[in-house]
Design a protein around this ligand. Structure first.
Ligand code: CMC
Length: 429
């Protein structure tokens, strides 16, 4: 017999269906609750609300597990490439060699931006934040792809839109960086792989003789894999909810980029480095800053610590921490903020405030140190997170459409004034 939950309201009893996921996660289906009872559920921040059934990513916060389409993140980070992972997330299976080659070929055909898009870059002030530029530039892609505006696109148009977005994103991102320096744009090279092409457009490292340092390319590829999806977080839910109105793919992704920008979400990677710099410049007294983070009257938070779902450790942080040591070592970089980061982590992990609240380093705690070692300025870090998250957002947008999910429209409990008498302006005091 299928499991049911029982709800007692006043003198009535209601039965609610229980849904069980393939990893044995349980949910009480309240979708008919209001029709049956006139009640809604209240859950600020959706801390306990499932908004969809999804077959893309599974994470278990207690066990520190993260899987894309059933594959462990540790295996993917170690043995796969970002392009394979993008294909896996979007199309559901690890691509064969032929599928990989074709996917790469299609991407390489669409890496150029329309020349008119350069005018947007010219219009931004030199200090414009890269994330603000990224939202605008990605949304503007819809203007250059009229087929993306059809609210009922064919499968071919959807696939083309996906390829175009994945292909153009590295060009958009690296040109933001070049624009911030006032340097000429470097055009994509179709013979290079995805990440190598991105690094070349950003730093111009390719020469016929030496190519691009594989240590650098592999480090960035790994980081992109670790960021590629993370189920229903703030930006992903935004992409799904915006897309549920029938909004086109570039505009839905642009909304996700805006959601990612905040320091509590993807913006944390920038905030972590700024915090570590602040602590270093303040003399490196980590205990003082731990105490500030614990003080409820002080707005300071230990950036890069805590997670809505992970309550024992963030598996991405574990992988990144190891990668970080390796990369700094290989590149021969001795970054003093790494020492501060390690001291802060040790202190926080032994402090009852952090232990009781299950606050552990998250993905953003060490990623910024790697981005910095690779040569990216701090305000580009969240843009790199967006570059990595793109396939996840696309996969979630596509799944939402394929599931024919209804337009997202939460309810509320109104707590404002009732039935106030209108007063003409002349009589108001
Ligand atoms: N420093 C100090 N105290 C914290 C922190 C922190 N970083 N994070 C949470 N707390 C405290 C919080 O004040 C609360 O204390 P109390 O129970 O006494 O009121 C308790 O821990 C529970 O926190 P919460 O805010 O209810 O937890 P949440 O699930 O709503 O928020 C979070 C999760 C990630 C937004 C939060 O931990 C945070 O702001 N962390 C710092 C920002 C950060 O690193 N964000 C990146 C998240 S991972 C990347 C991504 O995917 O977005």
């Amino acid at each position: 017999m299928s499991e049911k939950a029982t709800l007692n309201l006043g003198n009535k009893t209601y039965e609610l269906p229980v849904v069980t996921g393939t990893e044995n996660e349980k949910a009480i289906d309240i979708s008919k609750l209001r029709d049956q009872t006139s009640y809604i559920t209240l859950d600020s921040g959706f801390k306990n609300t499932g908004c969809t059934k999804s077959a893309i990513t599974f994470l278990d916060g207690e066990q520190g597990l993260l899987k894309y389409r059933g594959y462990a993140i540790e295996d993917l980070a170690e043995k796969s490439t970002f392009i394979e992972v993008a294909y896996l997330l979007i199309y559901g299976n690890l691509p064969t060699q032929a599928e990989t080659d074709n996917f790469k070929l299609q991407i390489s055909k669409h890496t150029l931006l329309h020349e008119d898009m350069k005018k947007f870059y010219d219009a931004f002030p030199p200090k414009a934040h890269p994330m603000g530029q990224l939202c605008s530039l990605v949304s503007s892609l819809s203007a250059f792809s009229p087929e993306s505006l059809n609210p009922n696109p064919s499968k071919e148009d959807i696939d083309l839109g996906i390829i175009k977005l994945i292909a153009k994103m590295p060009t958009i991102v690296s040109w933001i960086y070049k624009g911030s320096l006032g340097e000429p744009f470097i055009y994509p090279k179709s013979q290079l792989d995805y990440v190598a092409n991105f690094m070349n457009m950003t730093f111009g490292q390719v020469t016929e003789e030496i190519g691009i340092d594989p240590v650098v390319v592999n480090a960035l590829d790994k980081l992109l894999i670790l960021h590629a999806d993370h189920e229903q977080n703030c930006s992903t839910s935004t992409v799904r909810i915006v897309g549920s109105s029938g909004c086109n793919l570039p505009a839905s992704i642009s909304a996700g980029i805006s959601a990612l920008w905040g320091p509590l979400h993807g913006g944390a990677n920038q905030a972590v480095i700024e915090m570590l710099e602040l602590i270093k410049n303040d003399g490196g007294d980590t205990e003082k800053w731990i105490n500030k983070a614990k003080d409820k009257n002080d707005p300071f938070l230990l950036m890069g610590f805590g997670h809505r779902v992970y309550k024992n450790f963030d598996p991405r942080a574990n992988i990144i921490k190891k990668a970080c040591d390796k990369i700094l070592d290989k590149l021969g970089i001795n970054d003093p903020i790494l020492e501060i980061a390690k001291k802060l982590e040790d202190a926080a992990l032994n402090d009852p405030y952090f232990v009781e609240r299950k606050l552990y380093p998250n993905v953003d705690f060490y990623s910024g140190i790697i981005y910095r070692a690779l040569g990216f300025p701090t305000d580009m870090f969240t843009v790199l997170f967006a570059l990595g998250r793109l396939p996840g957002w696309i996969a979630q947008w596509k799944e939402m459409r394929e599931n024919k999910e209804p337009i997202g429209r939460p309810r509320q409990v109104y707590v404002g004034e009732v039935n106030k008498q209108f007063i003409p302006i002349a009589d108001r005091v």
